[in-house]
Write a protein that binds this ligand. Sequence first.
Ligand SMILES: O=P(O)(O)OC[C@H]1O[C@](O)(CO)[C@@H](O)[C@@H]1O
Length: 494
Amino acid sequence: MGMTWPTAREPHTLTQLFADPDRLQQLTLEAAGIYFDWSKTHLTAQLVGDFAQLADERGLTAARDALFAGKVVNTSEGRPAEHTAERGEGAPESVARARAFHNRMRALIDAIEAGALGDIRHVLHIGIGGSALGPDLLIDALGRDTGRYDVAIVSNVDGAALEEATRRFDPNATLLVIASKTFTTSETMLNAASALAWMAQAGVEDPYGRVIALTASPDKAMEWGVDETRILPFAESVGGRYSLWSSIGFPVALGLGWDAFESLLEGAAEMDRHFRFAEPARNAPVLAAFADLYYTQLRDCETRAVFAYDERLRLLPSYLQQLEMESNGKRVTPAGEAIAWPTAPITWGGVGTDAQHAVFQLLHQGTRLVPVEFVAAVEAGHHQDEAHHQALLTNCFAQGAALMAGKTSDDPQRAYPGDRPSSTILLDAVDPASLGALIAFYEHRTFANAVLLGINPFDQFGVELGKQIAKSIEQEGTEGFDPSTQALIARAFG
Ligand SMILES: O=P(O)(O)OC[C@H]1O[C@](O)(CO)[C@@H](O)[C@@H]1O
């Protein structure tokens, strides 16, 4: 498959690019209440135009329409990708089905709140990957001091993860939520069995009566012993890492309240409409994808870094790692042809200001170019002192300015080369609606990248081999494995 990427006509530094008085206006925009700034990247109006033309040639508009129309965009698995239908933006029958599933979830939440499952104060949500990262991000960001349920999200098969939750939870007041699209993921099933045993050992009368299943495989949940009335299904066409909006969002709806969950969906729907209808040069997910492609294809950047300048968003980089790397970490086209250019960069990041005192040295003075993304919110959380928040934001903006401007010095060790790109995403507040819009922005940006790269972002066959090998070691032992693996197993298990 051949493709010519746009080229920067004249190499200008970022500081030079600001000589254009229209630059700020051209490369900033507001969408779904979020302010986006790409003016400190090397994108120019010219480059945006070139990328828009490429997007045209690559069929971005048709691909986007197919996504929202519920067409089979996940061709390797022969199904649509209908996460937007969960927020009301999709094929009418898929939207109706999502509404019916949401109504079922709401009825169960109402019943739990009314005490139908007994005294519930703790919610133990067990799931991994897309069945954990979204709920974890939302609960961590917004679940403090709600006066509602205490929610723990447990994903790792390491028993220490489950123990941390069971140590602080009362088994007699715990709701066990098993979240798994397939209801076969080994880590989740082992954690779920151990959590159930913990409840039984503590003398909970009917532990199964406290189990909720969130799944696209209700039959498997029933086989496991979950009563049908406590199974919250979602459509097979909703991908794991895109499933926060479905019943996988149950701990969010229970922990933050139904109104918050609806605001989350509405915030995402607003971003959906923006992505659908805004022209490329004023379309936030599309512009972000252009910047991503500029740095990976034209500047050979192998990574991109996301720094949340807000403690509430500290899990955002982990969430994005799955979304971006599991979606676009591919090497062939849907037709099976090798892709001749780099695909998704490595997403990494952290929290500001902590990261400034750890990894920013490399960003400012290292030999690698890393496009940086800052995510911050104008409003401090209710728990936060204004002075702290001002210091936080000031640091965030200062870093962007410093990366770009650099600093000369007679001593090369003290010189900063500058011209290092960053983009800034500024929320008004960290609330359900803004986080819905933010996450939907990232989903569509990943999709736009995929279309231009020539990738199916909705499958993830690359995660299967390790799982198969782990299973075969468990079941058949080490025979046939390489000497290194055999030695490790012998040393660990004797
Ligand atoms: O929800 P499930 O089926 O347990 O899968 C969990 C996660 O595992 C993966 O399939 C990868 O192993 C993810 O895509 C998914 O989010």
